[in-house]
Unconditional design. Structure first.
Length: 456
């Protein structure tokens, strides 16, 4: 097995292949863990952890906690935060290195390029030009931030998510362009850390791909906490000024700030890999086309992760990589089922989802009974001063089988697991409701929502 890319799709695939007795080589250019560990998921969620603490401190007065007389309140040392962020990312990467070494996986520093169907040539690094024979190749090359000519990042004032961890100080006024998951997460985090944040959204609401009820909660909370949200506004260009940035909008408006963060989506890392010679097809966006067991159109060539564009989530990348190795090595394998994928938006509060969606119900593609329960009546939520959020469950009509759910709450990423288990195991709402929950707890609202679906 030769794996090009050492992110979640690559290193998880390597562990499965090694477990099943294969000889495994991982070729990675920037460091094991890939962008997910070094510049994306791990760093951003570490930054968000500090933001969550700031949010908690902000609401401490309601719980009876008072600052000392004369104290101006907590302040963020962004340089220290970023030092911790990068340190944790490197430590996580080293953990992966050590795990692969224990499993006798060979790791080669450099890029990789297919040479026909059964060989990979290393480009760059100490092994430049080395050719590895392969019975199976896995492409796990990831993606990088999309940029446009009218807003060229400089890494100092005009930024992508790869640049933010080099900021020495908290941006005084941060203009975030793009209101998808990445834009919303960073806007929420920097708002909590103390920046004046302006979120430029080309759509009529933030998080247009998420549950509409959930997105409404996030936008309302953001505005209440002082964020400016410019809906139906599109960036035409970004220029650096003497002491900041100037963001011009297509309608003629202008937003000025100290920094601009571009969150314009991702571009797959699929060029220069020798895919055409191996018969590997790309879709019209440049992503590698794969089936549900991660096979490409090239014989013996699989692909996993962001380079496939299936779902740009580390958990999906890891599962695609595992599935590829199980399938290639003849082990029992279950094809990827996107209806069982749980995902999370790390805003404040968080949005966690799994399975069927409100949009599918509204457009008639599925039929479901739905109950949505606000957290405002939850005893634990009241104790913790939580006022915003809800649990929403979808079940199949007739059978009552849980088909999906949405949780909006602090730590929704933890609460969604019970719903994910119910979806994956085809549990009914009655089975879910009859399982004990702790009182008081946020999970009590999950069970109560299931109970309210009994009669429907």
């Amino acid at each position: 097995m030769v794996i090009i890319g050492g992110g979640p799709g690559g290193y998880e695939a390597a562990l499965v292949a090694a477990q099943l007795g294969a000889e495994v080589t991982v070729i990675e250019r920037d460091g094991l863990g890939g962008a997910a560990v070094l510049t994306d998921c791990v760093p951003s969620k570490t930054l968000i952890a500090t933001a969550e603490l700031m949010t908690a401190v902000e609401g401490a007065g309601e719980l009876g906690v008072r600052l000392r007389d004369g104290d101006v309140g907590p302040q963020v040392d962004l340089s220290a935060v970023n030092h911790r962020v990068k340190g944790l990312a490197l430590a996580q990467s080293q953990d992966i290195v050590e795990r692969l070494e224990r499993e006798h996986v060979r790791v080669v520093r450099g890029g990789g390029r297919l040479e026909g169907l059964q060989a990979v040539v290393v480009e760059g690094g100490d092994a430049d030009g080395t050719r590895f024979e392969a019975d199976v190749v896995l492409l796990a090359t990831g993606a990088h931030p999309r940029v446009v000519d009218s807003a060229p990042p400089d890494g100092e004032r005009i930024l992508t998510w790869q640049h933010v961890y080099e900021l020495p100080e908290l941006p005084e006024r941060l203009v975030v362009v793009g209101s998808g998951v990445t834009g919303a997460e960073f806007a929420s985090a920097y708002n909590a850390l103390g920046s004046d944040v302006v979120l430029v959204s080309s759509r009529d609401r933030v998080l247009p791909s998420e549950d509409a009820d959930a997105a409404e909660v996030i936008e309302d909370v953001a505005k209440r906490r002082g964020m400016t949200v410019l809906s139906r506004s599109r960036m035409s260009s970004v220029q650096r000024t003497a002491d900041g940035v100037r963001v011009e909008l297509t309608g003629g408006g202008v937003v000025e700030g100290s920094h601009c963060l571009l969150a314009l989506g991702s571009v797959p890392n699929t060029s220069g890999l020798g895919l055409e010679g191996a018969g590997v097809e790309l879709d019209d966006r440049g992503f590698v086309s794969v089936d549900r067991v991660s096979r490409t159109t090239g014989r013996g060539v699989y692909a996993a992760g962001d380079c496939t564009g299936v779902l740009l989530l580390a958990s999906v990348a890891a599962m695609q990589g595992r599935i590829a190795m199980w399938h290639a090595l003849g082990d029992a394998v279950r094809p990827l089922d996107l209806d069982e994928v749980s995902s999370n938006v790390f805003t404040a509060p968080e949005i966690a989802t799994v399975g069927w969606t409100q949009q599918q119900v509204d457009d008639g593609s599925v039929e479901a009974s739905i109950v949505m329960l606000d957290l405002s009546g939850n005893a634990r939520a009241k104790m913790q001063g939580v006022k915003d959020g809800f649990v929403k469950l979808f079940c199949r009509r007739g059978t009552g089988i849980v088909a999906g759910g949405v949780v909006v709450a602090p730590q929704a990423s933890e609460l969604i697991h019970a719903v994910s288990v119910a979806v994956a195991c085809r549990l009914t709402v009655d089975q879910m409701a009859h399982a004990f929950t702790v009182y008081p707890s946020m999970t009590g609202s999950v069970a109560e929502t299931a109970r309210r679906l009994h009669n429907t």
